[in-house]
Design a protein. Structure first.
Length: 463
């Protein structure tokens, strides 16, 4: 599945934030562990110093080689009293080797047996060990008479970690939602200039190359891209305008010579003394000149339309009356062929438009139908639907291949069947589409090879 850049940016933002948050959480736990451990070490050090003082003053006789049994029992009782109700323990070693005596008390009944085997071989200092599955912090200190070990359960850090983890797990869903919403908003804001530029670029076509992408004040890469695209559009506009001016000028310059040529050929054709072969040649030549004139006129119209110099003089037009005229003219086009021209429906419809251009629109469509329908029917209809005038022309002609339908409104495009035998320049449908769009309408076409074509024109009704 392909994700949009905005969605990917939002996910990257969320993942980066979660990674940073996890690292921050880990750093907090580490600092908390260090601080709590230092605090516990200070407490153990005070306990150790206090025990040393007790052993070297109150229980000093026990430091002799032979201990006092009564004093030993008193020390053992005191150790149990001092540490039994706390999560601590204490071990006092007097002497070394086989003659060493141990006094122990606290949370465990015999903490000495729970210590790691190598514990007494370690150097004095602080250690973290596990007793009965729980973490304990211990301090070991050597003295001339032996050593002292004091340990305390490190439960504070565990409780804090558990509470922080519980809070974090409770906040994770809310944080993910907030990250998604925040990431989406940030991505939307960050990509707003991109969306605006894309919408502006989508509106730019050959007919409005004077438009530009919206200016971007930033000095970043996107600003450079916008400026580059605007410069490219400006160069395209200049090139297209030169082509349009050339087309318009060339068409304009050809109109007069072609008109003179046509007149001279028509005069020559009307001479009674012409032999039949020469007269046929002049007839063919006249047809070519007339075709050339139509091509030049179409080019001139499209060139003026591209430069918005083609006037569209709108006024109320009774469309049903215009369709009657189109039907009569179409009948003349197919008069010698076995083709019936039908007007199945002709509602009284009025639109606001240029009557001459609308006539040209409908005749161009009907002319195409007449060219490619050698027998059968050409059906015209005019209806009113959803506030629009709908003109439709159906024929039973040769039809158009599906892959050619998207191309038929392109200038100079002719279908494969048209290239083979029929006359035409490939500009009629391009002109028809421009006229429809100039009146706020549209053209749709459906066709099946061998069955015929249906062309629909929709125009807004007069308000």
């Amino acid at each position: 599945m392909s994700l949009s850049i905005r969605t990917r940016l939002m996910l990257y933002y969320m993942v980066a934030f979660l990674v940073v948050l996890t690292m921050l959480f880990g750093l907090i736990l580490y600092e908390l562990s260090v601080n709590l451990t230092h605090r516990l070490d200070r407490t153990l050090r005070r306990e150790r110093l206090w025990l040393e003082e007790q052993m070297e003053t109150r229980y000093a006789p026990l430091l002799q080689l032979n201990g006092d049994s009564l004093l030993e029992r008193a020390l053992q009782a005191d150790l149990d009293e001092w540490y039994a109700h706390q999560r601590e323990f204490a071990i006092i070693q007097v002497g070394e080797g086989n003659s060493a005596r141990f006094y122990q008390g606290g949370k465990f009944e015999r903490p000495l047996q729970l210590l790691p085997v190598d514990f007494f071989t370690r150097d004095p200092g602080y250690y973290t060990i596990y007793l009965q599955g729980k973490k304990y912090r211990t301090i070991m200190r050597r003295r001339d008479w032996g050593r002292i070990i004091v340990g305390a359960e490190n439960e504070i850090f565990g409780r804090v970690v558990d509470e922080l983890t519980e809070i974090a797990l409770g906040l994770i869903p809310l944080m993910i939602v907030m990250l998604l919403v925040g990431g989406w908003v940030m991505a939307r804001v960050a990509f707003q200039p991109v969306v605006q530029a894309a919408e502006a670029a989508r509106r730019i076509s050959l007919t409005n190359l004077e438009e530009r992408l919206p200016p971007y004040a930033g000095k970043d890469e996107f600003g450079l891209l916008v400026n580059t695209l605007n410069s490219m559009i400006e160069r395209l506009e200049q090139g297209v305008r030169r082509v349009q001016r050339f087309t318009q000028d060339a068409a304009h310059e050809l109109r007069t010579p072609l008109t003179i040529l046509r007149g001279e050929i028509e005069l020559a054709y009307q001479q009674a003394s012409l032999e039949e072969p020469l007269k046929e040649m002049l007839g063919r030549l006249l047809d070519r000149v007339i075709l050339m004139q139509k091509l030049v006129e179409n080019l001139f119209l499209l060139a003026r339309a591209d430069t918005r110099e083609m006037p569209v003089e709108k006024s109320p037009v009774q469309l049903d009356e215009l369709i009657h005229e189109v039907q009569e003219d179409l009948q003349l086009l197919v008069d010698e062929r076995p083709v019936r021209v039908l007007l199945s429906r002709n509602d009284a419809v009025r639109v606001n438009g240029d009557r001459a251009l609308l006539y040209r629109l409908f005749m161009n469509l009907c002319d195409n139908a007449a060219k490619f329908t050698h027998q059968g029917n050409i059906e015209l209809s005019l209806t009113q639907q959803d506030g629009q005038a709908v003109f439709r022309v159906r024929d039973t002609g040769v039809g158009i291949a599906e892959e050619e339908l998207p191309l038929i409104f392109e200038r100079f495009y002719r279908t494969r069947r048209a290239r083979g035998s029929e006359k035409g320049s490939g500009l009629g449908l391009a002109i028809a589409r421009w006229i429809a769009q100039a009146h706020g309408g549209q053209i749709d076409i459906e066709s099946q090879p061998g069955k015929g074509t249906s062309v629909t024109v929709k125009l807004p009704l007069q308000e």
